[in-house]
Write a protein that binds this ligand. Structure first.
Ligand code: PMP
Length: 362
C-alpha cells in the first residue's frame, strides 16, 4: 500500500482505519450479503447505522437534547440559501464577511432580504478576523452569521462574536470536530463533511429546536425546509446513505482515539510545527495574522510566484499532494485536518527545509 500525505482542503484525508473497515465491509456488510451502498435506507440495518452515527456525534460534541442533528444534501452551499429561507423572518440579518465562503453566503442571503455586512476583513485580503466585540447589530436582525474557519485564507475566529443576544449561525465546514465547542453558544452550526469528517455528499446541520418551525419564507421548497427533515429524522427522502455511514465510522474513530480534547491537542501540535517553521524560515512565510491563524488550513508563500510553482511541483514529486493554494489566491496551502498524522506535517517541514536550503539564494 502506498498512501501519500494529502494536504487537500477537501475532499480530504480520512483515517486509514476507517477506510480499511469500509473496505472490509464493502461486499458484505456484517453478514447481510450486501454493501451499505446497496441497502434500503428504510432497512433495520441502515436505521442502526444512521442512529448510531447521530448518537456518537451527540456524545462527541456534547450536543444538548434541545438541538436537532440533520444529515442533508446539497453541500454546505445549499445552506447559504436554506438559512435565510428558514430564519430570515424579518427579512434582515447580519453577516461577518471573512472570506469567499462568507461572501457567498452573504450574497445568497441578499436574494431573500436585507443582508447587512457587520464587519469584513476584505481590506487586507481576508488575512485576519475582524474585531467582533461591538458589531452594528440592530434589533430587527434575525440572526448573525459567520464562517468560523476560512478554508481559503486560513483564518479562524478564536472568540465568537458578541451577537448582542441575536442567534448565531456558523459555517464550521473546515473546523468541525477539530476541537471541543460549546454548542449552546450557537443557534445553528453546520458543516459539509468532506473536510474533517467524511466523504462529500452530506452536510451536517445542528439546529436549536425552537428555530425549526413551519414559519418559513413563502415559496420555500419542501426539500429546503429544516422542519421536514427534522420531522422525518433526515429520512424525508433518500439520505446520502453511504456518506453518513462513513461519517459514523469517523465519529467512532474520534471517540476511540480520545475524543475532541485529544483532537485539539494533536491539531495544535501539528499546526505549531508548521507555523513555528514558517516563522523561522527565510524563504517561506505564512500569510495570516498570527492571532487569527487556523489550526486546519495553513496558507504560505515564498513571495515569488515562480518559486511557489517550483515548490508545488517538487513537493508533489516527493509525495506531498495538493499543496497548491486556492485558485483565487495562489501560493501554497497545507490543509491539516483531523486525519493528517503528525508525521505528515513533520515530513512536510523537513521537505520545506530542504527546499529552502536549495533555493534560498536562487
Ligand atoms: N463553507 C466552507 C467554509 C468551505 O470551505 C466550503 C468548501 N470548500 C463550502 C462552504 C462550500 O462547500 P460545498 O462545496 O460542500 O458546497
Amino acid at each position: 500500500m502506498s498512501r501519500i500525505y494529502n494536504f487537500s482542503a477537501g475532499p480530504a484525508m480520512l483515517p486509514v482505519e476507517v477506510l480499511q473497515e469500509a473496505a472490509d465491509e464493502m461486499l458484505d456488510y456484517r453478514g447481510c450479503g450486501m454493501s451499505v451502498m446497496e441497502m434500503s435506507h428504510r432497512s433495520k440495518v441502515y436505521e442502526t447505522i444512521i442512529q448510531e452515527a447521530q448518537a456518537d456525534l451527540r456524545t462527541l460534541l456534547g450536543i444538548p437534547d434541545n438541538y436537532k442533528v440533520l444529515f442533508l444534501q446539497g453541500g454546505a452551499s445549499t445552506q447559504f440559501a436554506m438559512i435565510p429561507m428558514n430564519f430570515m423572518k424579518n427579512r434582515k440579518a447580519g453577516y461577518v464577511v471573512t472570506g469567499q465562503w462568507a461572501k457567498k453566503a452573504f450574497a445568497e442571503a441578499k436574494i431573500f432580504g436585507e443582508a447587512v455586512e457587520l464587519a469584513s476583513s476584505a481590506d487586507k485580503t481576508f488575512s485576519y478576523i475582524p474585531d467582533c466585540s461591538d458589531l452594528p447589530i440592530t434589533d430587527d436582525m434575525d440572526y448573525v452569521y459567520i464562517c468560523e474557519n476560512n478554508t481559503i485564507y486560513g483564518t479562524k475566529f478564536k472568540t465568537l462574536p458578541n451577537t448582542k443576544g441575536k442567534n448565531l449561525i456558523a459555517d464550521v465546514s473546515s473546523c468541525f470536530l477539530s476541537e471541543p465547542i460549546d454548542v449552546t453558544k450557537y443557534a445553528m452550526l453546520y458543516a459539509g463533511a468532506q473536510k474533517n469528517v467524511g466523504p462529500a455528499g452530506v452536510t451536517i446541520c445542528i439546529i436549536r429546536e425552537d428555530l425549526i418551525t413551519e414559519d418559513v419564507l413563502p415559496q420555500t421548497p419542501t426539500m429546503l425546509r429544516y422542519k421536514i427533515h427534522a420531522d422525518n429524522g433526515s429520512m424525508y427522502n433518500t439520505p446520502p446513505a453511504y456518506a453518513i455511514y462513513i461519517c459514523g465510522k469517523v465519529f467512532k474513530w474520534l471517540l476511540k482515539t480520545g475524543g475532541l480534547e485529544k483532537r485539539k491537542e494533536v491539531n495544535e501540535e501539528k499546526a505549531k510545527i508548521l507555523y513555528d517553521f514558517l516563522d523561522s524560515s527565510e524563504l517561506f512565510k505564512g500569510t495570516v495574522e498570527p492571532a487569527s491563524r487556523s489550526l486546519m488550513n495553513v496558507p504560505f508563500v515564498t513571495g515569488d510566484s515562480e518559486l511557489d510553482a517550483k515548490f508545488i511541483a517538487e513537493s508533489k514529486a516527493a509525495g506531498f499532494e495538493n499543496l497548491k493554494g486556492h485558485r483565487t489566491v495562489g501560493g501554497m496551502r497545507a490543509s491539516i485536518y483531523n486525519a493528517m498524522p503528525v508525521e505528515g506535517v513533520k515530513a512536510l517541514v523537513e521537505f520545506m527545509k530542504k527546499f529552502e536550503a536549495e533555493n534560498k539564494h536562487a
